[in-house]
Write a protein that binds this ligand. Structure first.
Ligand code: ATP
Ligand code: MG
Length: 246
């Protein structure tokens, strides 16, 4: 469904990612692991069209992401470590913003959304367990709640793929697990592909279907989660660390 082929991007002559290729199927939850600086964020920025790779392509179905504009861009939703909500708007308005690519520009500008859009936004908030907080300002919500709003906003885009770069890095363990459970549920129930970078191996093993391991900008592991063993772990993080303690 989404196909990254030969992605390469360098900064100042040094490759951040090199010849990275992998595919994500509908309904599949892929965790991307790798030490700091391995190239995860660079890869995600290339996959979402936020950065242009030096070489390689990303296709969604038959379309090249570089060629997607406006509404079609919304087929890929992004979730960030720092939530990226508009702080003075309510949870509901933030989720509605996810529909902006689906309404004519002038309507979005005037914030005159269709009734169907407003209902969808409420439904998405309900699915992340925040219907009661719909009218609360985003900056008064807890971090865990803010990330759930960001996930509801992503769902409201009706995407084919959700790309989440360290979505739980700013959350406590319980809130983090809740967010991953949500993303897993969206993948399974809605057939949305999810690609999610993590620093916690145990979370990847608990929630992902597949693990892609990046080291020095290259894929060194691409395996179903059950096959992520000690040798795979060492290839990623070095021999001094042990999988059993992660
Ligand atoms: N805009 C940039 N300008 C220069 N170098 C960059 C830029 N963005 C990334 N890099 C470099 O590319 C490499 C990969 O960085 P990237 O942020 O993709 O790693 P990461 O795997 O996301 O790390 P982390 O786990 O710490 O978030 C690093 O060496 C980084 O310094
Ligand atoms: Mg990063």
């Amino acid at each position: 469904m989404i196909d990254a082929v030969g992605l390469t991007k360098a900064f100042n002559g040094r490759a951040a990612i090199e010849e990275v290729s992998f595919a994500v199927r509908e309904g599949e939850f892929v965790a991307v692991l790798g030490p700091s600086g391995a190239g995860k964020t660079t890869l995600f920025r290339c996959m979402t069209g936020l950065a242009v790779p030096d070489r390689g392509t990303v296709r969604i179905g038959d379309d090249d992401i570089a060629a997607l504009r406006g509404r079609a861009r919304r087929r890929v939703a992004v979730v960030f470590q720092q939530f990226n909500l508009v702080s003075r708007l309510s949870a509901f308005e933030n989720v509605l913003a996810g529909r902006l690519g689906h309404v004519q520009a002038w309507r979005g500008w005037l914030r005159r959304f269709e009734r169907a859009d407003r209902l969808l936004a409420l439904e998405c908030l309900d699915r992340v367990g925040l219907l009661a907080q719909a009218m609360q300002r985003a900056d008064t919500l807890s971090g865990g709640q803010q990330q759930r709003v960001a996930i509801a906003r992503a769902m409201a885009q009706r995407p084919s793929l959700i790309v989440a770069d360290e979505p739980v890095a700013s959350l406590d363990p319980a809130a983090g697990a809740g967010v991953l459970e949500l993303l897993q549920g969206i993948a399974r129930a809605d057939g949305v592909g999810v690609v999610c970078s993590l620093h916690q191996v145990q979370l990847a093993r608990a929630y992902a279907d597949r693990i892609v391991g990046l080291s020095h900008g290259r894929i060194v592991i691409d395996a179903p989660v059950q096959r992520f063993d000690q040798p795979a772990f060492e290839r990623l993080y070095g021999a001094t660390a042990s999988l059993s303690t992660h």
